[in-house]
Each structure stands twice: as C-alpha cells, then as structure tokens.
Design a protein around this ligand. Structure first.
Ligand code: BES
Ligand code: MN
Ligand code: ZN
Length: 497
C-alpha cells in the first residue's frame, strides 16, 4: 500500500473512495466534510438527518456521488465525541474507513486528515496515526491461504490537505507512520506464522537477512556457543526441544555515539509449558510467545531509517519450551550467566529464564539502558486484560517516556510496581532464586525476577501477554498476533533525544 500527500481540495480529489469525517452528534458538517456535503447537494446532512448517522467513533456510511465530484464514492466515518478525541481516535477512524473502502473494492482512496483541525492535536502526529490506522486496519495474514484469499483492494491512500502551512509536518508524519506500520506488519507476520515455520532457526535467518539488508552486525549463537558463553538458563529451557535454540544479536552503530540502548525480546517460538505442561485448550496460541522478539527484530529492521543517535543492541533469545525426554525438570537448579543460581520450580515460567540470561548478556555487552518486551505472564492478562500491557521499571523517567509513547501509539502501558517487600517470594530453599513463586502478584513477580539480572542499569520490562494476541478483532488488528510493543520500540528510538 502506498501513501501520498497532496495539497488541494477534497471536492477535486479523483479516487475510488473519498473519506470524510464527522464528530458525534454534529448535524451540519463543516470544514472539508462540509465542502463535500455542499458539492453533493447536502447528501451528507441528509444522511445524518434521515439515516440516523450519529458519528460514533468508527461508524461508517458510504454514499454514491453520481458524478457530482470526481470521487466515485464518499465514505463518512464517525470520530466520536469531539471533547474525547485523541490521536488514537484518528488511528481507529482511519482503520474503520479504510476497511469500508476495501469492502467497496476501492483501489485508490483519498482522505481528509482526521483531527488536524482540532486544537492541540499536531498534524504530523495525526498523519502518523492515520497511516497506521489504514495500514494496520487492512492487515491480513494470508501466507497459508490458498482458497478464499481475499487480499485488500486498496493500493494507494492519498492524504489531501488544503492548508500549505501544514504540508511539511504531514509529509514527515506520513513517512514516520510508514516506518511504524511496516515494522508492525513485519512483526505480525512473524507472530502469526506457526511454530513449525517460525522456529528459532528461522528467526535467526530472518535476523541475518535484516542485518544484510541494513548493514547491521549480526551474531547468532548456537546450542554449543550458548553453553560456552554460560547462558545456562536459556540452555535449560531449550533442552526439552528437538529444535535447536539460537541466541540472536543485532548491532546498530550510530556514528559518534557512545551510549548503547539494548532492546531484548522473549523469543519462545512455542510454549507448551515444558514438563509443567499447559492445558490443551488454547495452547495453539502459544506460537505467539515470540512476540517480544518479533518486536525487536522489526525495530532493528527499521533502525537505519530511524537512525537514532545511540548504538542499539537487539537481542532475541530464541527457543521452544517443550517437554522432551531431555527436558529440564521441576526442581532442577541452574546457574545463570550473571552467576545467580535458579531453582526451576515450574518449567512454564520459561520466559524469565531466557530473558535473565539475555539481560545479563546486555549488561555484559555494555548496554547503558535496557528495554525488554515479553509475553511473560498470564497474571498480567488477568490484571490488565487484552487492552494494555504492563510495564515495570527501576527508572521513573524511562517508564514515563515509554508510557507517553504507548499512549500516542495506541499501545497503552500501565505501570506495576517492583515492590521490595515481595522480593522474598523469589527466594528458593536450595538456590538464590526460584523462577515461579505462587499465584499472587504474578506479573510483578516476573518483573522482579528479571530485575535481578540488570544490575543498576536503567531498565524497563514490558509484559505484552494481554495485547499480543487477540481472539476478537479490533478496528486496528484482526484476530491473532497484534505485534504489541513493536511501535513502542520504534517510536522510542525515533524520539530518542
Ligand atoms: N507465555 C506464558 C505467558 C502467557 C500466558 C502469555 C497467556 C500469553 C497468554 C508464560 O511463559 C507462562 O506460562 N507464564 C506462567 C508463569 C507462572 C508459571 C509463574 C503463567 O503466567 O502462568
Ligand atoms: Mn510458559
Ligand atoms: Zn512463555
């Protein structure tokens, strides 16, 4: 899908579908929508009055233009209440309108820039959200569909703006939105790809290709090299699986930079639970347990376009979690890369094990700041649901920046505490730590376990277990992998001071 920006009037845009908008309960549209309404002889005003179009966020209606303007059809999308409107409203409205355009088989779509007329909303930020909404709302995973392959008809989305003073910001926003959308789509494709295809080896090959295409350094440690380097927790998780594990590292060097940011993603390509086996119901969704590493790979794939003023280390510890004959057993004690010993009292708490070694690796490699993204705990899904991810951090400034970005990106984060009093839950009878305390404060316990491996580095842990995979479509994502966390990483690196 291509995006373009043109200066001009909506009533002169030639396209298959022209998207205009309406705030809730507005009876007489103004602005660009008003101009289109007048050109159509009041057809939009009539639709509002006669058909009861209320303008609820994401509500759509389609009108024929009968040659009164160059556009073949007009699609009206509701923006919801004006006083509640945010740039995420732009994203959702754009997604709803794009879908309606695709339903009408439109190839070329021209659109008004939603929200640009609202005080306080930045036109660049609105454009970025509009681009994301259209690109992500139309996303489908068709790799394995041989029949009923309904590809989206939309080939081009043209943003039409009259006000010349806004064009520069709009163009910059569109360019950023294409980067964040491409990254999200790339990550969704990886998450939706099942575990027989998206193996640790496949993730490693994907990383190598990303490195080649973008001039990054890539190193991939195999089972032996993982053992030699002392990442025994990763090794322990991998030992029940026939698929060989891979420890994947991508490096971006920024000219003249001295600081290094590490982004670390959980890369469990299938989580059966291991010997602490999960119930069969819904286990198929555990192909999504590499969503964190998909976000990291996607961000590294975009990194030369982002060109942040820091070095970036992308790390993905990748393995299956399987109950094979050689599998790690509950009660086994393993020494981690940073020397702490861990009793694996539950093999289904494998994410924190592979991440512990990866975080310790990032510290060893000289990372000045670390962000990890992981489908870590079912407890986080219970606490926060599917609509937001949990964030835990030892650094308020880092946490606040990530939370602000999550809000802008429609990928919200809610902070949970690293509560010192709970540290004792993590203490094992036989080792320094155990990986799975009881059922209480499960998301926090996961974060606090990881905290043991970051020394004093500014660090944030994002638990995307809820939003990473949906069994019900939203406006901006179909059922399945959403690539939660991806846009947060990309935007974080884009906005790096
Ligand atoms: N990958 C799961 C967490 C998960 C659950 C992600 C549901 C998405 C949806 C993780 O490895 C896991 O199994 N965690 C355990 C930890 C427990 C044993 C301490 C959990 O949450 O039950
Ligand atoms: Mn698990
Ligand atoms: Zn897992």
């Amino acid at each position: 899908m291509r995006f373009s920006v043109s200066q001009g009037s909506l009533t002169e845009a030639s396209c298959d579908a022209l998207i205009v908008n309406l705030f809730q309960d507005v009876k007489h549209p103004g602005g660009g929508t008003g101009a289109v309404d007048r050109a159509l002889g009041g057809a939009i005003t009539q639709l509002i009055a006669d058909e009861g179009f209320e303008g609820k966020l994401g509500q759509t209606a389609a009108l024929q233009t009968y040659g009164r303007i160059p556009a073949t059809k007009v699609i009206l999308v509701g923006l919801g209440k004006a006083e509640e409107f945010t740039t995420d409203g732009v994203r959702r409205a754009s997604a709803a309108a794009a879908k309606r355009a695709a339903d009408a088989n439109a190839k070329k779509v021209s659109t008004i820039l939603h929200g640009a007329g609202i005080g306080g909303l930045d036109p660049g930020e609105c454009t970025l959200a509009l681009v994301e909404g259209a690109a992500l709302g139309l996303y489908k995973f068709l790799k394995y569909k041989t029949v009923d392959r309904k590809e989206t008809s939309v080939e081009e989305v043209e943003i039409v703006e009259m006000d010349a003073s806004k064009l520069e910001a709009i163009r910059a926003g569109a360019a950023k939105g294409e980067i964040t959308s491409d990254a999200t789509i790339f990550a969704r494709d990886l998450v939706n790809d099942p575990s027989n295809s998206a193996t640790p080896t496949m993730l490693a090959e994907t990383a190598r290709k990303i490195a080649e295409e973008n001039g990054l350094e890539c190193s991939v440690l195999d089972r032996e090299q993982i053992a030699e380097s002392g990442m025994n927790l990763l090794l322990a998780v991998a030992q029940g699986s026939a698929q060989p594990p891979k420890f994947i590292v991508l490096r971006y060097s920024s000219p003249g930079a001295s600081r290094t940011v590490a982004i670390v993603g959980k890369g469990i390509t299938f989580d059966s639970g291991g010997l602490s086996l999960k119930p069969a119901d819904g286990m198929e969704n555990m192909k999504d347990d590499m969503s964190g590493s998909a976000a990291v790979l996607a961000a590294m794939r975009a990194i030369t376009k982002i060109a942040p003023p820091v070095n970036v280390l992308g790390i993905a510890p990748a393995t299956e979690n399987m109950p094979g004959g050689g599998a790690v057993k509950p009660g086994d004690v393993i020494r981690s890369l940073n020397g702490k010993t861990v009793e694996i009292n539950n093999t289904d708490a494998e994410g924190r094990l592979v991440l512990a070694d990866a975080l310790a690796y990032a510290v060893k490699e000289g990372a000045d700041e670390i962000i990890d993204v992981a489908t870590l705990t079912g407890a986080c899904v219970v606490a926060l649901g599917r609509g937001m991810s949990g964030i835990m951090s030892n650094n308020d400034e880092l946490a606040d920046r990530l939370i602000a970005i999550g809000e802008k990106e429609g990928d919200p984060l809610w902070r949970l505490p690293l509560f010192k009093d709970y540290k004792e839950m993590l203490i094992s009878e036989v080792a320094d730590l155990k990986n799975a305390p009881g059922r209480e404060a499960g998301a926090i316990a996961g974060g606090m376990f990881l905290h043991e491996f970051v020394e004093d580095k500014p660090w944030a842990h994002i638990d995307i277990a809820g939003p990473s995979f949906l069994d019900k479509a939203t406006l901006t994502a179909p059922k399945g992998g959403t690539a939660a966390g991806t846009r947060i990483l990309v935007r974080y690196l884009m906005e790096m001071p």
